[in-house]
Design a protein around this ligand. Structure first.
Ligand SMILES: *[C@@H]1O[C@H](CO)[C@@H](O)[C@H](O)[C@H]1NC(C)=O
Ligand SMILES: *[C@@H]1O[C@H](CO)[C@@H](O)[C@H](O)[C@H]1NC(C)=O
Ligand SMILES: *[C@@H]1O[C@H](CO)[C@@H](O)[C@H](O)[C@H]1NC(C)=O
Length: 470
């Protein structure tokens, strides 16, 4: 979101003149990189649900610093649902009442402490009258709440989509699950949508815009993470409304499957995201939901989950107990090369599948989505090979299949997990990939006249499997 002119110190005389000439009161100017790239940080929900308090956030913040995560770009410490007082609801000035048992110094006290550690503080609210866990929502209090959050020193708002009254329902409701063959949702579908219907005129979009406008009026830059689960075709108006928008239901720490069609495993979320890649670029990111790395997936699954979220340019919000995190999960979250791909300053778009693999291209399938991806970064061209099978397998990059690679040329293949070059190859490269693991590679053209570097055989086992396993 853009800051307003009042915050801008470096307006050129030229712009000032144009302003005077047009009589504009307030120029939106993108004078900050805030929100240009996917947000990185921590959110409390996957680790604590609503059982939160100040100490838990201070522990998370200290760990982010001590474990070196802040220096890798994880800067947001985001409070999810459960921070307010259900009994008092709003105070005499209509501000949401803080639960002082959980937050003895209030949210502003926590914000001061988190800011002092060089981190930012996020908060949570809802477009309806109540949040999803039935705490006060912001409906009809958008202005007051945005001002309150700004006064407290908040830097990020996650805005959920629960509990709004009937008159706030969309005229033509749409949920992404309806696109799938999942029958359970069909009975709530509301008749045919007129051709060319513009979802940015929906009540959902209007409500999210009300909070966006309220946030824009504040002195602080507050990132706006919209959490309406892909409803009302949010990707079509999300880029104009906030910095990110949830694409689908909630995440759960399983590889496949779902719980009551509300929480979904890694593969179903990935499968969905593949059909919406065109909507993500600088300033606006489809949010695949907060990370479950460290919460019970296998180490291989953690690697794939993190890598896929990173390369598809989803926000990267850690959701595990950082003081109890395993070395393997921490290593995954700290992969510098995947973070650099996610945060690339020049290439804003996500990696894309160049073929599906197990299934024919563009198959909608929640257990075996696309396995072969390529993407560009400042450092070169990358290939990512996911193994959706329940056993290890040999995966092969055919240079002729990857847009941007030339089968007549030699490429040095670099392993983004080990940070080392594997060797120089022509025409194709194959590598063993463990079940549910992912190979993350960078291929740079080999231009030297010298003999290509020899292949490091040991590196071919890097993705946690030996050739004997095949
Ligand atoms: C979203 O809007 C920004 C300008 O604010 C633009 O640079 C970017 O390309 C847009 N994203 C997409 C996917 O069109
Ligand atoms: C998903 O793909 C796998 C592999 O082709 C197939 O066995 C399975 O039946 C597919 N699932 C559905 C629901 O079609
Ligand atoms: C990466 O860049 C190459 C050109 O170097 C282009 O052919 C290819 O389509 C790009 N890939 C993606 C996924 O954008």
């Amino acid at each position: 979101m853009a800051r307003t002119m009042s915050r801008t110190r470096k307006l050129s005389a030229f712009v000032a003149t144009v302003l005077a000439a047009t009589g504009a009161q307030c120029l939106e100017i993108e004078n900050t990189n805030e929100g240009r790239l996917p947000a990185m940080g921590f959110n409390s929900w996957n680790a604590f649900l609503e059982k939160i308090n100040e100490e838990k956030f201070l522990t998370a913040a200290r760990e982010i610093v001590d474990l070196g995560l802040r220096d890798l770009g994880y800067t947001y410490v985001n409070i999810d649902d459960g921070w307010s007082d259900k009994k008092i609801w709003r105070d005499k000035d209509n501000r949401i009442a803080v639960d002082y048992k959980k937050f003895p110094d209030g949210i502003s006290g926590l914000a001061d402490k988190v800011h002092a550690m060089g981190l930012k503080l996020g908060i949570y609210s809802d477009r309806g009258t109540k949040t999803c866990a039935s705490y006060p929502g912001s409906m009809d209090y958008e202005e007051i709440d945005a001002k309150t959050f700004s006064d407290w020193g908040i830097d990020y708002l996650k805005y959920d989509n629960c509990f709004f009254p009937k008159e706030e329902e969309d005229e033509h409701p749409w949920a992404p699950e309806w696109w799938s063959p999942i029958q359970d949702f069909n009975d709530v579908r509301s008749g045919p949508v007129p051709a060319g219907y513009d979802y940015s005129t929906s009540r959902s979009a209007e409500r999210y815009r009300m909070m966006r406008d309220a946030l824009k009026k504040q002195e602080r830059m507050i990132q706006f993470g919209m959490c309406n689960w892909g409803h009302a075709r949010v990707e079509r108006w999300g880029n104009q409304t906030g910095q990110s928008w949830r694409m689908w239901g909630d995440i759960q720490p399983t590889w496949t499957g779902n719980s009551d069609f509300i929480r979904w495993g890694i593969m179903p979320i990935l499968n969905h995201a593949l059909f919406y890649l065109d909507y993500t670029n600088f300033w606006g990111h489809g949010d695949m939901d907060m990370l479950e790395v460290g919460n019970g997936l296998t180490d291989a699954e953690d690697r794939s989950h993190f890598a896929l979220w990173a390369i598809l340019k989803s926000p990267l919000l850690i959701g595990t107990l950082l003081d109890k995190i395993s070395p393997a999960a921490l290593k995954t979250l700290k992969n510098k090369e995947l973070i650099a791909f996610n945060q690339d300053p020049v290439f804003g778009g996500p990696a894309r599948p160049y073929k599906w693999g197990i299934n024919p291209d563009w198959t909608w399938n929640q257990t075996h989505p696309a396995e072969f991806y390529s993407g560009n970064s400042t450092l070169g061209l990358h290939v990512f090979m996911l193994n959706t099978l329940d056993h290890a397998t040999l995966k092969r990059v055919d240079f002729a299949e990857v847009p941007g690679l030339d089968p007549a040329k030699q490429y040095t293949v670099h392993d983004m997990w080990t940070g080392k070059d594997i060797g120089t190859f022509g025409k194709f490269f194959s590598m063993a990939v463990a079940s549910h693991d992912i190979a993350c590679l960078r291929l740079n053209e080999y231009k030297s006249e010298r003999k290509p570097a020899p292949v490091r055989r040991s590196a071919l086992k890097a993705v946690g499997v030996s050739r004997e396993d095949l």
